[in-house]
Ligand binder design. Structure first.
Ligand code: GLN
Length: 454
């Protein structure tokens, strides 16, 4: 994999940092353990993985795709990082991402965009474009992403790979640099559903270091993937979300979705149409809630605690150092979110914006609850279009935000959701993804249906 990175990453730019020495040392430790007569510590021992640069790694740079954190070396591992190391997974390096995970194309990285391995002129999705591209380009076998509004699933969809957002609280957020704390969730990226399940099992589980971590057993995702691989979905009820489709959806995506629904039926699933009337309000609610939380979370980058500090020359006040550093360290999208969020939270507007968005969030959660009384999983396209061209949407934030139309409801409700490859669009020959959504703590359902379908 290190050779493959050397060979192709100049063209893909999936990695911000390759930790050659650390990877070789981790691999050697696994080999020596086995040579010494010990069984591998897990099914993924020795498997090379790419880690999104939003999770801290002790002694290895973590930038979140931002100039603000350039040169910062975290003094501790995120819980996800620690669990990977304990399982003998070999961490190859840190992957490119939209700055602080804000974006849908990886073009908001301060270090330049990642290219889609299927067509280098196109985006690999975002914010975790580097993680998904690294596995699509065979630079890593598996990867870790984070999903606040779709940043694991949408890159999975446009790169033809599997991406899973676990139930909120299913995977610890300790050491995950916060964007929107009530939505952020780390999860697996892989080329097969079974690989994703094996990785899910390694990173999931209760963590006392994260107060939102759920103290419940990890859903039986590996067993479910194996069950799904038998290709039998008899007894499974699948709901097609009526509200997702039509205007703004490419015909190639819609046709791929119809074919996917037919295939689920052919595998024995019972398919019905389900209405979730408030899902159409998920996007505007998200773009109030996520920036509000971000405006608060990003206050910690104050030029005093981490990374960049400019104008620290004795001629500037502390306040000037802070504002000049934030001016220089943050990119345009991050500043847009901070302004949106600060405005939405300001006194006099709080109820109208943030308060209303939270009410919409509750209505969406209720839509899901009503739907899951009738069906086991819901399905939709993962994203309305295939990979768009680099540069095509950079000047149009609204067009960029629309990429997450179908993925955001699961974040707002805290539910589990997966994107699984659904072939190539008959319109442009690019990968399309099928989104499968399940109730909170029923992540195993995604794996059963996803493995049967893939
Ligand atoms: N594209 C969405 C945003 O820009 C989602 C990002 C994410 O899931 N991290 O906020």
């Amino acid at each position: 994999h290190l050779d493959r990175i050397t060979e192709v990453d100049d063209h893909i730019h999936a990695f911000l940092h390759v930790d050659t020495a650390g990877a070789l040392a981790a691999a050697k430790a696994v080999d020596e353990g086995i040579a010494g007569g010990n069984a591998p510590v897990s099914a993924l021992a020795g498997v090379p993985l790419a880690l999104k640069d939003v999770l801290t790694t002790e002694g290895v740079p973590t930038t979140c795709g931002s100039k603000t954190l350039e040169g910062w070396i975290p003094p501790y591992d995120a819980t996800v990082t620690r669990k990977l190391r304990e399982a003998g997974v070999v961490i190859l390096g840190k992957t490119n991402m939209d700055e602080f995970a804000m974006g849908s194309s990886t073009e908001n990285s301060a270090y330049g965009p990642t290219h889609n391995p299927w067509d280098h002129a196109r985006i690999p999705g975002g914010s975790g474009g580097g993680s998904s591209a690294s596995i699509a380009a065979f630079e890593a076998a598996i990867a870790i992403g984070t999903d606040t509004g779709g940043s694991i699933r949408q890159p999975g969809s446009v790169t033809g790979t599997v991406g899973v957002k676990p139930t909120y609280g299913g995977v610890s957020r300790y050491g995950l640099v916060a964007f929107s704390s009530s939505l952020d969730q780390a999860g697996p990226c892989a080329r097969t559903v079974l690989d994703a399940a094996l990785l899910h099992e390694v990173i999931a589980g209760h963590d006392p270091l994260d107060s939102t971590s759920i103290d419940a057993p990890v859903p039986p995702v590996v067993a479910a993937a194996r069950q799904g691989m038998t290709g039998d979905l008899k007894g499974v009820k699948v709901g097609v979300v009526k509200e997702f489709g039509g205007d703004g959806y490419q015909l190639g995506v819609e046709r791929s979705f119809q074919a996917a629904v037919e295939q689920l039926r052919a595998l024995g699933a019972e398919v019905v149409e389900v209405s979730c009337p408030h899902f159409v309000y998920a996007l505007p609610a998200y773009y109030l809630i996520a920036p509000s939380e971000a405006s608060s979370n990003l206050a910690r980058f104050d030029a005093m605690r981490y990374g960049l500090r400019v104008a620290d020359d004795g001629n500037h006040s502390a306040e000037e150092v802070m504002s000049l550093t934030r001016e220089k360290g943050f990119g345009a999208e991050v500043k847009r979110r901070i302004m949106l969020g600060t405005y939405a939270l300001s006194s006099g507007y709080y109820d109208a914006y943030y308060g209303s968005a939270q009410k919409v969030r509750t209505l969406i959660t209720r839509d899901f609850a009503a739907a899951f009384e009738k069906v086991d999983v819901l399905v939709s396209p993962t994203t309305p279009t295939t990979a768009f061209k680099i540069g095509e949407r950079v000047d149009d934030p609204m067009a960029m935000y629309l990429a997450d139309l179908c993925t955001i409801p699961s974040n707002l409700a805290g539910n589990a959701a997966m994107s699984v490859p659904s072939g190539l669009s008959d319109e442009d020959g690019l990968p399309v993804g099928l989104q499968i959504m399940a109730p909170a703590l029923a992540d195993d359902r995604l794996y059963r249906v996803g493995a049967a379908y893939e």
